[in-house]
Ligand binder design. Structure first.
Ligand SMILES: [Zn+2]
Length: 53
């Protein structure tokens, strides 16, 4: 089962979720990586930022 959306899918990929903070007038853009990996389906891989484990 997908850790992100809960869908069941035959092909799961282990990824680290990326938390992206967009730049604004007083802060630079930054990317933080989740501490633990998750298993994601293809739909979530297409829609959300991640790094393949
Ligand atoms: Zn999913």
């Amino acid at each position: 089962m997908c850790d992100s959306c809960g869908e069941t899918d035959d092909l799961m990929t282990e990824v680290f979720r990326l938390y992206i903070t967009p730049a604004s007038w007083d802060t630079e853009a930054s990317t933080r990586e989740a501490e633990f990996s998750e298993k994601w389906c293809g739909v979530c891989l297409a829609h959300y930022p991640h790094r393949v484990a």
